[in-house]
Design a binder for this molecule. Sequence first.
Ligand code: CTP
Length: 376
Amino acid sequence: MSLPALKRRLAYLAEEAGRSGTRIFAVGGCVRDWLLGRDTVDIDLAVEGDPGPLARTALRLWGGGQEAHERFGTACLKLEDGLRLDFARTRAESYERPAALPKVRPAGIEDDLRRRDFTVNAMARPLTPMGLGELLDPFGGKADLEARRLRALHPRSFEDDPTRLFRAARYAARFGLAPDKETRSLIASAAERGLAGLLSRERVRQELLRTLEEEEASPAMALLKEWGLLGAFHPDFLWLPSTDMDSDPLLRLGVCALVMGARGEEFIRSLKLERALARDILLVLTMVQERKSPCKPLPALTRELLETHLKGLPETALEPLMLGGEDLKRLGLKPGREFSRLLGEAAEAQWRGEFETKIQALVWVKDALKKQSGRG
Ligand code: CTP
């Protein structure tokens, strides 16, 4: 969506908010991206009050779906035209221990900016009926962006929330920012203390996926490697820059598992991925090991990963096995151990490209039986 069209929508929300005397701000990533002249479809809105009525108005006017997160009093709208509006109540945060989820309490916009990760993400612009109001930039984020500097907002930033270590790598890589001296030493000390290891696997997974979602993940991965943080994904995790050849983050994840060889399975299981996704990637690992055509059609991700990873496979290697139990029964064989062994051998033969049509498959099985009886 063009910036003027977006601004018209935001102005409308400002009018709505104004009616109940509530202030509303665009905050964080979108403000940073606008300063950089980048388009964004993710707009974080901070409301000094209950964001519920405003979120409902937006949904009524512009359609789409809603996800609400009660814990933080937020509502995330994905509108029909792809725009995402994230509404949250302005809040202050405190952390009881490193890496714990924060305790939150309602607060004004100043406190809301103070709880954030980096100066470049701690800026806001009020929404006004005329559009976007003047930049609120209490920590010098704009100057840091201009100087291409990444600066943590306060010394406990990484301790409060070690996911910020991964965020630092992404922002530094994506925008060509260099951490300033203080931030570098905070990162080094957090890495040395193993703070990333305190995060739940779910949070680590989210950081990994967000890194893989970067247009190119390699620059951020290189920084994580330099900072000694790749091991947070898995002790054997390694990043090959060629992984970026696929732009789909899930394919990239599959490649990461593949290059880890025998440890790939443990890596995928440890991430506690959505069940179907884990299954599709684990299937790739099994197939690479077993080298057999599958018994049923492969899920798209599995297929694509195998095609990318194993160049030069015969065309029908990834198709379901052309022979079934019925074919063997018609040839007079009875289900049993031999029967399964023959189907297994046929799957290996199809993988190697020894037959590519059903007729060829039947010839193959007859030959195999002849050889067997010759041997017997
Ligand atoms: N934020 C934070 N600490 C975190 C996560 C988020 O301070 N651990 C704040 C930052 O101000 C950030 C905002 O919440 O800008 C929104 O978070 P997110 O959507 O993750 O960040 P974006 O900056 O929008 O990131 P991206 O451009 O990568 O989507």
